[in-house]
Design a binder for this molecule. Structure first.
Ligand code: GDP
Length: 197
């Protein structure tokens, strides 16, 4: 499986616009600005695959990227948590994401992207609990590790690990940086194992 060959397939704003529900998918979730688009771009070595600079409300869609193996896909879920979005848009977001997460049978795992300096927000916790409840393997990317000194980053990872100890759904906790490429190989290996299983 090669991530470098990822191609944009389709944006879906409703479940019935998603590609057929077979094969294997891994979805990326995260709070807005956590670094999700940058992580996807880094993993696929494609600086433009997931748009990085975004306008609130313009990334409500679920984006699908195909890989070089038939019916293997990466999925970019809408970022959560712009303070300025309207109530309606928040409802919309929850609906889309809820439908996707609850109904998608080919979903093999979830990658939760969080800023290593602001880990485990309420949104992140909600996602962890959801994965635990639904037995969905979870990979946590603690990104922007380049923003911390090595010792601080290590302490932050230990702290995250401690806070997630009771959650057996967490299969991978990876220190990551789109800037320094730390953790990219480990992340690709874990994604490959999920998608090829
Ligand atoms: P998204 O909203 O979660 O998709 O976040 P983006 O990928 O658009 O990133 C938000 C901001 O954080 C942008 O200004 C990025 O350049 C920056 N950023 C993302 N990842 C990293 C990283 O690993 N290191 C550093 N230093 N900045 C990052």
């Amino acid at each position: 499986l090669s991530f470098n060959s990822a191609r944009f397939m389709v944006s879906a704003s409703r479940l019935d616009e998603c590609p057929p529900d077979y094969g294997a998918e891994v979805a990326f979730a995260g709070r807005s600005n956590a670094g999700k688009s940058s992580a996807i771009n880094t993993i696929t070595a494609n600086g433009k695959l997931a748009r990085t600079s975004k306008t609130p409300g313009r990334t409500r869609l679920i984006n699908f990227f195909s890989l070089n193996r038939e019916n293997c896909r990466l999925v970019d879920l809408p970022g959560y948590g712009y303070a300025k979005v309207s109530r309606d848009m928040k409802d919309d977001w929850q609906q889309h994401l809820g439908h996707y997460l609850n109904d998608r049978r080919c979903l093999r795992g979830l990658v939760l992207v969080m800023d290593i300096r602001h880990p485990l927000t309420d949104f992140d916790r909600m996602m962890v609990e959801w994965c635990q409840h639904n037995n969905l393997p979870l990979m946590i990317l603690a990104t922007k590790s380049d923003k911390l000194k090595f010792g601080q980053a290590k302490t932050a990872m230990q702290d995250i690990g401690r806070r997630l100890k009771e959650f057996s759904c967490v299969h991978h906790l990876i220190m990551f940086s789109a800037t320094s490429k730390q953790g990219v190989d480990e992340c690709r290996a874990a994604l490959t194992a999920w998608l090829e299983a």
